[in-house]
Design a protein around this ligand. Structure first.
Ligand code: ZN
Ligand code: FE
Ligand code: FE
Ligand code: ZN
Length: 266
């Protein structure tokens, strides 16, 4: 069985990743992947919202870069996607974004808790000291639940992102997982096993085993993503991610084409 598709990778247009899509594709072929998908940080409704995403005017250039990789590596299936930040109130903008190109899927991610704090931004680490960890996790999962309910996304990204820096609440978080996964199961969106967590302070795949186990019990499907910000990160730690998925019971994953899902044996 070949490794599952790597559905989470970035491009230099987001201003914090290195390497062109053709280089990511070349690495994917070299390590034996059959399918990948680019999911760079989408523009926001307002350019200049932050400094770690493409500008609205760069969307066509992004698509062209992905198309170039598709042309250069016809033996590799390359999907066109976006990692879209979910902010309440942006639903119409996201719906509009969806009409601008023939996307294969959208990953819905929550990085922002409140209006201006991106909780995974190392430059804003001091914000964590101003709040109780559980308060941040609760606000994060409330928003993630709305993202799942919105029906705007095929996949929810790195579902327990707040653990990135290794700051964890003492409280039991399972009610937060329960609330989010009930919404995901109801709306039919998947979650990803994101191996980037292994490269962060938390040293753990997103999401943790407890969340994943509950996801399996509720019938929430999974996809896989390296969240590569450099070509050499493509497919990284996928054996570990597959083992984790299998260990809680998963035998299937999903692939997407033009926002239609297909089940694939794991
Ligand atoms: Zn990024
Ligand atoms: Fe992300
Ligand atoms: Fe990402
Ligand atoms: Zn990401």
């Amino acid at each position: 069985m070949p490794p599952p598709a790597d559905y989470h990778m970035h491009t230099p247009l987001c201003r914090h990743a290195a390497g062109e899509p053709v280089e990511y594709a070349r690495h994917a072929v070299a390590i034996g992947l059959n399918e990948i998908g680019f999911s760079d940080h989408s523009p926001m409704a307002r350019d200049g919202f932050d400094d770690w995403r493409m500008l609205d005017s760069q969307l066509d250039e992004y698509v062209a870069k992905v198309r170039r990789a598709q042309q250069e590596f016809p033996q590799l299936t390359i999907r066109l996607a976006l990692e879209v930040d979910y902010l309440p109130g942006q639903e119409d903008w996201i719906r509009q974004l969806a009409t601008r190109h023939p996307w294969d899927y959208f990953i819905g991610s929550v990085h922002y808790v409140g209006d201006a704090w991106d909780i995974d931004n190392p430059a804003k680490l001091s914000e964590w000291k101003k709040r109780e960890a559980f308060e941040v996790w609760s606000a994060y999962f409330d928003r993630l639940t709305l993202a799942a309910e919105s029906g705007l996304f095929e996949i929810i990204g790195h579902a327990d992102l707040p653990k990135k820096f290794g700051i964890r609440p003492a409280q039991d978080c399972s009610p937060l997982y329960e609330q989010f996964l009930t919404a995901a199961a109801q709306s039919g969106c998947a979650i990803e096993l994101n191996t980037a967590g292994l490269r962060k302070d938390c040293r753990e795949i997103y999401p943790c085993r407890d969340l994943l186990q509950l996801a399996f019990q509720k019938g929430v499907p999974i996809t896989f993503g390296s969240d590569s910000h450099a070509p050499a990160e493509v497919g990284m730690h996928f054996a570990e991610a597959v083992a984790l998925g299998r260990s809680v019971g998963y035998t299937q994953t999903l692939r997407f084409q033009q926002r239609q899902r297909q089940i694939v044996e794991l």
